[in-house]
Design a protein around this ligand. Structure first.
Ligand SMILES: [Zn+2]
Ligand SMILES: [Zn+2]
Length: 249
């Protein structure tokens, strides 16, 4: 090899090594360090210092009020990356003064509960009435035998637009007209279904015993939930009411 050629080769090799080592000679364009990458030159890829690392935020709890799963999620306060996720079964829907499910989820749970009650032929439909979500319950002959409405913490009916908002409903009320032929059966079935929808631990048998107790003792409080069966105050019909005890305290 000619001497000149060798010198040129060595120079080129040194330059190649220098580039690999980051002394590219370019005017660095620095992108600030992020959670996962250090300060980096956008031109040559040279880095300086270290990645910042994630900053753990407060855990937020996301509850599925139908499937009764609570997911605790911790995110980075800087970049929103999910740092940890933990799923747990929910054994009560009660969260202080609120029920941890939306009107829509309660309505879906009600349909699910009705499916578990033997010989129960009630049908459920969540509709908009006067701008509010109403859970209409019909018997086998399509007669309206119950209407469940949902209220907020102030005791005002919630808006239909908020039917999917969790932690908003606090009181579920069913009303069975006294005139309907199967009033006793309908009231029993609605009451059992409403109890099961509100209280995940309750089986059909548990809820049936609770309704039997309510017939002789109209207001019963269990695990922070108040159950009320009113068979006397309205000559035109009967009420079943379920709400967190804290509402009436
Ligand atoms: Zn550079
Ligand atoms: Zn981060």
């Amino acid at each position: 090899m000619m001497r000149k050629q060798r010198i040129a080769l060595v120079m080129a090799m040194l330059l190649a090594c220098a580039m690999l080592l980051g002394s590219c000679g370019c005017k660095h364009e620095w992108a600030e360090a992020t959670c996962t990458t250090p300060k980096t030159c956008t031109e040559c890829g040279e880095t300086e210092g270290e990645a910042l690392g994630h900053t753990e935020g407060e855990a937020t709890i996301d509850v599925d009020g139908f499937a009764l799963k609570a997911t605790s999620i911790v995110k980075c306060t800087n970049c929103d990356a999910v740092l940890s996720k933990e799923e747990q079964d929910v054994d009560t829907l009660l969260d202080g003064k609120y029920m941890l499910c939306s009107a829509q989820e309660y309505s879906d749970r009600l349909i699910d509960a009705i499916g578990q009650i033997p010989d129960c032929t009630l049908g459920v439909e969540l509709i908009e009435q006067n701008g509010q979500p109403m859970c209409m319950v019909y018997n086998a002959s399509e007669t309206l035998v119950g209407a469940i409405s949902f209220y907020d913490i102030e005791g005002d009916p919630i808006a239909y637009a908020d039917k999917d908002v969790q932690s908003c409903f606090v009181i579920a009320v069913a009303y069975v007209p006294a005139g309907s032929a199967d009033a006793a059966t309908d009231l029993t079935h609605i009451s059992i279904a409403m109890i099961m929808a509100a209280e995940p631990k309750m089986t059909v048998v548990d809820a049936s015993y609770l309704v039997i107790d309510l017939v002789s003792e109209p207001i019963i409080v269990r695990d922070g939930v108040e159950y009320e069966l009113d068979l006397t105050s309205d000559p035109d019909g009967y009420y079943c009411l379920i709400c967190p005890e804290a509402i009436n305290a």
